[in-house]
Design a protein around this ligand. Sequence first.
Ligand SMILES: Nc1ncnc2c1ncn2[C@@H]1O[C@H](COP(=O)(O)OP(=O)(O)OP(=O)(O)O)[C@@H](O)[C@H]1O
Ligand SMILES: [Mg+2]
Length: 267
Amino acid sequence: MGVVLEVEGLSFRYDKKQDRSNISDVSFQLREGEWTALIGHNGSGKSTLAHLLVGLLQPDAGQLKINGTVLRKESVSWDIGIVFQNPENQFIGTTVEDDVAFGLENINMPYKQMRERVDKALEDVGMTEYRMADPSQLSGGQKQRVAIAGMLALQPKVLILDEAFVMLDPRSRKELMDTIRKLTNKGMTILSITHDMEEAAHADKVMVIKQGKVAKIESPSQLFFTDSSLEKPFAEKLRNALKNRKCNVPEKYMTEAEMVLWICKSN
Ligand SMILES: Nc1ncnc2c1ncn2[C@@H]1O[C@H](COP(=O)(O)OP(=O)(O)OP(=O)(O)O)[C@@H](O)[C@H]1O
Ligand SMILES: [Mg+2]
């Protein structure tokens, strides 16, 4: 898998009079078709980093490369899309389908192709039946799904989700995580910012950010097995609880599916 996004020595501070940076010398790479979860405490700099990646903020130092080409300052790249946590202020269209089509109209896409993209994106987020609805009349989670569809329709190389699943009910969240996995299988690169360790456990890699610095980039299995300071996904919590009860559980990280298999076999 080739590197799509390369982040080199990115630093940023909101208050230029302050000494301490909000993002400090951050470097990492995102590969094609890879899903990276970005986790860290409140105020650790996740959203600030996301804003830097999409050009909503300009770094004080460092640079971004997309497919090996340095992204020029002040230029906005259509290759990187973002969906925010709060969908309220992300709407422009008067109907759901207008809204999803908005970004495509802006790049003057031919009607037929636009139609196909909008249909597919609405299907991906399970909102086809609401296509003629007024976005302002939707529930929070439905609005969020439409906002995600609007970004999917643009087919960015890299899609950043900044706590974009927070408003969703558990089933929709699971469905959208499956959709995300399908998209990565087709080559889309995902960076999902989350406080949900189940979501992080679904990613290929987890990047931990602490006080504006990258503390770790590891696979979920490595990270959740070794880092005792983190809240663990359910299966790993269960494994630890069984271990504390002197139950003979495997001495390795287990996904939920692996845990289910193990429990069935041991009975
Ligand atoms: N617009 C702003 N002006 C000044 N400081 C800001 C601004 N936005 C964020 N900060 C500061 O930058 C730091 C990082 O904030 P950021 O929003 O990136 O954190 P986060 O990791 O996304 O947190 P959360 O998990 O709560 O969303 C915090 O110390 C915050 O107070
Ligand atoms: Mg944030």
